[in-house]
Design a protein around this ligand. Structure first.
Ligand code: MN
Length: 333
């Protein structure tokens, strides 16, 4: 989705430290519009921008579409990242300027590679009554950040054990591995624990991890995490201990080796310098501006070809970039 933040330069730090494991609590960000649904954001935060290459984590729902209006995100651009869409409930139609039209459905991952530039739209379908999911971004390393745009879809099998069920959509966990290739080592999995279940999850000790609580509550390496909280586990452990609360827990387990590169992240762009992000913004604005009137085009089918391409058959007007902050954008590591 598009970063809906009206002032994307501002970050609020709400992390707390506990023996290396940290609880990162979410902040609410409205998606915009009169009946706006809002999202709960745990990445980036001022003191921690990345977990592995994971650089953005919005959790939303469960929202009744009759009240929220659902998700209507018009064409907008991305650079230097991959978007990872994971739904718990509902259905979203994805369209992108590389020509991909795909449905996002529960337990099926959609991975869109922006590379040097892509634009896309995301609209919940008419059949959707409840929308509930997570939107994640992955920063691309230097060697891959100008790669061709692309799209991949994968429906992982369910793996299960005593009191748990998992779907591994990226990397390896609990005996299953995703075939989806990534540009840096990554882990992404949904893990459901029955009430009271204790599980020691073997993990790669070179990875740092984030455990997002979707439903219920869980102890993560001894730290209590509730809905929309993200528990951060630093590298150096080969096991994450989980204890589900009395209502059980549905979790997303994310991980990767520390990214090791500084990035500049602003609105929907990941780059390396302030000037690069300024140029991305200018390129998008040029594509979506009517040269005759100087106004944003009323229909994305009229968008000019350029770095970000054109989303096919999508009449929604494109989303203009917010104003740049006055200060130079700073690097995040
Ligand atoms: Mn997007």
């Amino acid at each position: 989705m598009s970063n809906p933040d009206r002032d994307p330069g501002e970050m609020v730090c709400e992390g707390r430290e506990a023996a290396g494991v940290e609880l990162m609590t979410p902040r609410e960000v409205p998606l915009g519009g009169p009946r706006a649904m809002s999202v709960r954001r745990t990445l980036p935060q001022r003191h921690r921008s990345l977990i592995g290459a994971w650089c953005f984590l919005d959790h939303y729902g469960p929202d009744p579409v009759s009240e929220s209006g659902g998700m209507v995100v018009a064409p907008h651009p991305h650079t230097g990242l991959q978007t990872v869409s994971w739904l718990f409930t509902g259905e979203i139609e994805h369209r992108d300027s590389a020509g991909n039209v795909a449905m996002v459905r529960p337990h099926e991952v959609n991975l869109m590679t922006a590379g040097r530039g892509i634009s896309h739209s995301e609209v919940s379908t008419a059949a959707t009554t409840v929308l509930h999911g997570a939107q994640l971004w992955v920063a691309l390393p230097e060697a891959a950040r100008d790669t061709d745009p692309g799209f991949e879809h994968y429906a992982p099998p369910e793996v299960s054990g005593d009191g748990w069920r998992a779907h591994v959509f990226l990397g390896s966990l609990l005996g299953d591995s995703s075939p989806v290739a990534t540009f840096t080592p990554l882990l992404g999995a949904e893990l459901v624990l029955d009430p009271g279940t204790s599980l020691a999850v073997p993990v790669d000790p070179t990875f740092e991890h984030g455990v997002l609580v979707d439903l219920g509550s869980a102890g993560v390496c001894g730290l209590d995490a509730g809905p929309a909280d993200l528990a951060y586990v630093p590298p150096g452990t080969d096991e994450i201990s989980l204890v589900a609360g009395g209502d059980g827990a549905r979790l997303l387990v994310l991980g990767g080796p520390p990214f090791g590169e500084s990035i500049v992240m602003w609105w929907n762009f990941v780059g390396r310098t302030h000037d690069e992000v300024v140029a991305y913004r200018a390129a998008w604005q040029e594509q979506i501006t009517d040269p005759a009137t100087g106004s944003v085009l009323p229909d994305s089918r009229l968008v000019a070809a350029g770095r970000f391409g054109v989303v096919p058959d999508q009449p929604l007007p494109p989303i203009p970039a917010p104003a740049l902050p006055n200060a130079r954008l700073r690097e995040r590591r």
